[in-house]
Design a protein. Structure first.
Lengths: 191, 737
């Protein structure tokens, strides 16, 4: 006797349910704000300057004070303004920075993970400001862009849960305190 | 043999079980790894968690469905449902308590284990180490602060250029790695570095400048940055001039390393302490999911196992119900196992097959018997001989149609009735039963007898044979009586004998008559004139008598000759009513006071007949009828025709009835035989010739007495060209002769 024969799972309903759960689960809290984002053409390349205002939750600050390194991801994108959704981005670049508390010196260490540069700050606010300071970040060469075409430059920053210690990740995945992000900040350029 | 569909179904159920449980188990294992130390798997934590929850929901739904189904079966009192429910409960009672115990102690052990990683003493020691490091570094910081203050106090020049030049000298005198002179606006006046490659010093942080400008000197630890050794940065202001001096001192490698070690250990410990709750949560979550998996899998397995175990018993119960309902085709599906239940099912199926075979054999035998019975009934039904079968108690078991026809009695109602009851049903049967009673009582004796019976329809001669009816063992179980109506046969034999007599009479008597007559006439002619008047008178009278009687004898012999010689018929289609009307026309005029009633209803129906011979029949019958009523005051002769459609073939019926004295009962059976007459002058051949002519035309003639007096003669002839429908036959009851 096949005991499971009579059970009919409505596949569509289950798919929708999973989608809703995933959306609720993965919808980040917009705690970060990208301010003063701009680009400039210099020496044949486009550079981006911006300031990301990080408003970390108490849970994140508590983890930071207890020695947990906090990593943020700054995501840069350049694509044609009227590009279809499946069109490949011209630039899709990530920059990651880590904030860490040093109890001996009672200072905060900001590390640019990509170029291994470390800066020390004696106040948390200064360190967080430095964490969000985007200056002279080269995103694309002018030669990569077609003259006369309108392009969309985008920047966004998120808290990188994947960089948290492994034991903390499950709770971070399931808690809105850790799913922090900013909206995409966009502007257009015409080479 | 095992039922393939059942095996497939069972395997499918097991396959589905494994299909759901195995991936879920693997997923749980991966999730367990993900919450521990696997960087790669931790990225799959949420998908794994969702997959596990969905899998558990699927099992939960399956269990719920099974439970609802089982409860419904229980309420319907389906076979096996009670046993299944009991087994499920037993399985659960056996499996759940150990699992719950393991879960409780696992959670307890987990929490205790994780908490035991963190000791208060260790915590305190690490804090103290950090404090010691801080104190030690504070001493060094104060020392470097004092020295740096001394350096800026020693700087006597007021010119920025001179002060910048003096810095190199000051660097050589101090232990600093770098000296930077800055004004209150943060502008670097001059710098000197032990490393000649570094020309431009690091820009001092604005917060530092602000703090120093406000009067607070700073001595701060600069931890290893970019793989550099730990430094202490001191920034002091000049009490008079708006300048400040930044001096970076490199801490000894040993102190630097020790400090870093303490700091890393402390950070690591604090991080672990902070992650303690997360670890507990992760392990608890994994354990809860594992517990749920084990419990749900156990419940499902309980349902599966219970049903699988109970299934053969339920099948056998259903099979016995089917047998009770008369369905022997229902076989119990055989499980693909080799246990006692399988043996039970096999035995049950074997029993069912044998019962079905026995039933089929019985059905075949019954069908064969029925076929034979039908065959026998058909044969008996078409036999001209009457057949009756009696059992040991002389109760009638079988009677064929011929028997009913011979006795003119419905015998079906007399089946299983004893002989005396049968005998009471009709006069003829009663007489016949008396005759055969003796023979029927002798079980093993063959008996044969010609029985003559006299009923209201005349004489009936039955050639009767009684034989024993034997069973397979040769024992008599009844009697078979076979009888033939040989009345007609005997009549035919008698007619043939009379024909032979007539022929011989014609030959032996007619031939001598002519010489006798001639001799008498010669005697008369020769001696009449020679004799005396008196003698002549005697001779004349004697010869006259001789000639007259010889003529009479000739007529009689001719009549016999006509009766005996075979007829040469010249037949043609005749409209029967026209022929009857033509003959009756001769009698209507001379009917005088005798009433002749004519009713001709056969329309244009014809007969294939010789008109001369048929006229002879009509004349004879009508003449006899008139002669029969000659002495009656209210004489009445009825002649009527009609068509009889009550039999398989259509017949023309001619009836001649009178209200005379009718036939004597004893003579009724022989009225058609030669030399049987009630008339003084009759030859006794009239009705015999009529019967002969009718039979030559394929018909029959019967004679009977009417209920209210008088004779009735009925002629039945095969009809042709009948127009339907015709008037309904209205024949008075009679017996065939």
């Amino acid at each position: 006797m096949l005991y499971c024969k009579k059970i009919m799972f409505p596949e569509k309903t289950i798919r929708q349910l999973v989608l809703v759960i995933m959306l609720l689960w993965w919808t980040p809290v917009m705690a970060f704000v990208v301010e003063q984002a701009s680009s400039r053409l210099q020496d044949g390349a486009y550079f981006i300057d911006a300031a990301v205002n990080y408003e970390f939750t108490d849970t994140v600050i508590e983890a930071l004070e207890n020695g947990v390194p906090i990593t943020v991801d700054i995501h840069f994108q350049v694509r044609r303004a009227d590009a279809w959704i499946w069109e490949k981005d011209i630039v899709d670049m990530h920059r990651r920075r880590q904030l860490r508390y040093l109890p001996l010196s009672e200072s905060y260490e900001v590390t640019d993970i990509d170029n291994k540069q470390i800066k020390l700050y004696f106040s948390r606010l200064a360190a967080i400001d430095a964490l969000g300071a985007v200056k002279n970040v080269k995103v694309v060469d002018d030669s990569q862009l077609e003259s006369g075409e309108i392009y969309l430059m985008e920047i966004r920053s998120t808290l990188d849960i994947e960089s948290l210690p492994v034991p903390l990740r499950p709770r971070a995945y399931m808690s809105s305190d850790w799913k922090l992000s900013s909206e995409w900040s966009q502007w257009q350029i015409r080479p | 043999m095992a039922d393939p569909s059942l095996n497939r179904s069972s395997q499918s159920g097991l396959f589905l079980l494994l299909l759901v449980l195995l991936p879920l188990l693997v997923s749980l294992h991966l999730m367990g790894s993900a919450v521990q130390n696997s960087d790669e798997l931790s990225k799959l934590f949420i998908p794994l968690l969702l997959f596990n929850i969905m899998g558990l929901i699927v099992i939960l739904v399956l269990i719920f469905t099974n439970l609802v189904s089982l409860l419904k079966q229980y309420r319907r009192r389906d076979p096996g449902s009670r046993l299944t429910l009991r087994m499920v409960l037993v399985f659960l009672m056996l499996s759940l308590p150990p699992v719950a115990l393991v879960y409780y102690y696992s959670i307890d052990f987990l929490h205790e284990g994780i908490d035991s990683w963190f000791d208060v003493e260790v915590d305190k020691a690490l804090d103290n180490s950090l404090e010691l490091g801080k104190v030690s570094l504070d001493l060094i910081k104060r020392q470097f602060l004092r020295r740096t203050k001394q350096l800026i106090d020693d700087l006597e020049d007021n010119s920025e250029t001179a002060m910048a030049v003096s810095l190199v000298d000051m660097l050589n005198r101090s232990e600093a790695a770098e000296l930077v002179l800055i004004n209150f606006n943060g502008r670097v006046i001059g710098s000197a570095n032990m490393n000649p490659e570094i020309i431009v010093p690091d820009k001092l942080d604005n917060s530092f400048i602000q703090q120093v400008r406000d009067g607070g000197d700073i001595a701060s630890i600069m931890p290893a940055e970019n793989q550099e050794p730990m430094q202490i940065r001191v920034v002091v202001r000049d009490d008079i001039r708006p300048i400040m001096l930044q001096a970076d001192y490199i801490i000894s490698e040993e102190i630097s390393e020790l400090s870093n070690t303490i700091q890393e250990a402390l950070v690591r410990y604090k991080e672990l302490a902070f992650l303690r709750q997360s670890l507990k949560f992760n392990f608890s979550l994994t354990l809860v999911l594992l517990l749920a998996f084990v419990v749900l899998a156990a419940v499902w397995a309980a349902f599966y196992s219970a049903r699988k175990l109970v299934q053969p018993i339920s099948d056998i119960a259903a099979g016995t119900r089917a047998v009770a309902a008369g369905d022997y085709e229902k076989l119990v599906p055989l499980q693909n196992t080799h246990d006692e239940l399988s043996f039970l099912v096999t035995s049950f199926n074997t029993m069912m097959r044998r019962i079905a075979m026995a039933r089929d054999q019985a059905a075949r035998s019954r069908r064969l018997v029925e076929e034979q019975k039908t065959y026998l009934e058909t044969v008996l039904g078409h036999l001209s001989s009457g057949v009756m079968v009696f059992d040991r108690d002389l109760c009638l078991q079988t009677a064929n149609r011929a028997a009913e026809f011979i006795f003119n009695t419905e015998l079906e109602a007399l089946l299983r009735k004893p002989l005396d009851v049968i005998g009471n049903s009709s006069e003829l049967l009663g007489l016949w039963a008396e005759e055969i009673q003796v023979a029927l009582n002798q079980e093993m004796t063959e008996w044969r007898e010609e029985i003559t019976l006299y009923g209201k329809n005349g004489r009936l001669v039955l050639l009767t044979r009684v034989s024993p009816l034997l069973d397979a063992a040769g024992r008599a179980k009844g009697r078979v009586v076979v009888f033939d109506d040989v009345t007609e046969l005997m009549q035919a034999q008698r007619n043939a004998a009379w024909g032979e007599v007539a022929r011989r009479l014609a030959h032996e008597i007619k031939n001598p008559l002519t010489p006798i007559q001639l001799s008498a006439e010669r005697l008369r002619h020769k001696y009449l004139k020679k004799m005396s008047e008196e003698d002549a008178k005697v001779l004349d009278k004697a010869t006259h008598t001789i000639v007259q009687q010889v003529d009479a004898m000739k007529s009689m012999v001719n009549a016999f000759s006509d009766y005996a010689k075979p007829s040469k018929l010249e037949t043609r289609p005749l409209i029967f009513d026209d022929l009857v009307q033509e003959v009756l026309g001769l009698y209507e005029a001379s009917a005088d006071n005798r009433q002749l009633e004519i009713s001709l209803n056969s329309g244009s129906a014809s007969v294939e007949a010789d008109p001369v011979r048929l006229r002879q029949v009509l004349h004879n019958l009508i003449k006899n009828a008139f002669e029969a009523v000659a002495e009656k005051t209210q004489a009445k002769v009825i002649v009527r025709t009609c068509i009889d459609e009550s039999r398989d073939h259509r017949s023309l019926i001619l009836e001649v009835l009178d209200n005379g004295d009718g036939f004597e009962e004893d003579a009724l059976a022989t009225v058609f035989e030669p030399y049987v007459t009630t008339k003084i002058r009759g030859t006794g051949l009239g009705l015999a010739i009529v019967k002969k002519i009718i039979e030559e035309h394929g018909g029959v003639i019967t004679a009977s007495n009417r209920d209210n007096g008088g004779a009735r003669l009925m002629v039945r002839l095969p009809a042709i060209n009948v127009e339907t429908p015709q008037l309904q036959l209205n024949i008075e009851p009679m017996g065939e002769q």
